[in-house]
Design a binder for this molecule. Structure first.
Ligand code: FES
Ligand code: FES
Length: 209
């Protein structure tokens, strides 16, 4: 759909954005908020092994869908701008900032949140290592740290280099503390529990090596 500057100014960018996103999942009739009718879409989210059919304002971020619609509040909203990592979840095994993506873009894709990492009563090795190494203080960043570390360890095992990898020809660069710090640099901890976070991730990496 061609979108001119005049149309954007006339209708507002959000309304144009809705028109652009709506064709993906089933378009629903809409919901009324005050005077305005807001278009809605239906999306099937697969979260922690369970399927959820949601009717959403298409502007709903994945983070808000998880927190506000599915009551999965383990993923935190720190900055809502992709700068803190508190909202990190795994999308098909890869870490993403849930605040930076729309729920409607992930129809049918497997999402794992902190609530889905443990195996029943058995904690994920990263969860156990964070407890053992005291890798948190207030805990606000912790679910994002752990989900991010889970994705990061898979990246490392797959041989993906980082900015501090010395030898790019190395098939599997060793996961040094510098590598862990660099690879986790998108996850901010305002309590500065970084030394213990690194120790916990190192421990989990050793367990699963
Ligand atoms: S809340 Fe998503 S990166 Fe901060
Ligand atoms: S433990 Fe408080 S922000 Fe990280």
């Amino acid at each position: 759909m061609p979108v001119g500057r005049r149309a954007v100014l006339g209708t507002g960018t959000a309304a144009v954005f809705i028109a652009g996103v709506a064709p993906g999942p089933d378009a629903a009739a809409g919901e009324t908020r005050g005077e305005a009718t807001v278009a809605t879409v239906t999306v099937e989210l697969h979260v922690n092994g369970a399927s959820h059919r949601l009717t959403l304002d298409p502007r709903t971020t994945l983070l808000d869908a998880l927190r506000e619609h599915l009551a999965l509040t383990g993923s935190k909203k720190g900055c809502d701008h992709g700068q803190c990592g508190a909202c990190t979840v795994l999308l098909d095994g890869r870490r993403i900032n849930a605040c930076l993506t729309l729920a409607v873009l992930h129809d049918g894709q497997p999402v794992t949140t902190i609530e889905g990492l443990a195996d029943g009563e058995t904690l994920h090795p990263l969860q156990a290592a964070f407890i053992e190494h005291d890798g948190f203080q207030c805990g606000y960043c912790t679910s994002g740290q752990i989900c991010s570390a889970a994705g990061m360890l898979e990246e490392s095992r797959a041989g993906m280099p980082s900015f501090v990898t010395a030898d790019l020809a190395e098939p599997q660069p060793p996961l040094t503390d510098d590598e862990i710090r660099e690879r986790m640099s998108g996850n901010i901890c305002r309590c500065a529990a970084y030394p213990n976070i690194v120790a916990a991730i190192r421990k989990a990496a050793e367990i699963r090596a």
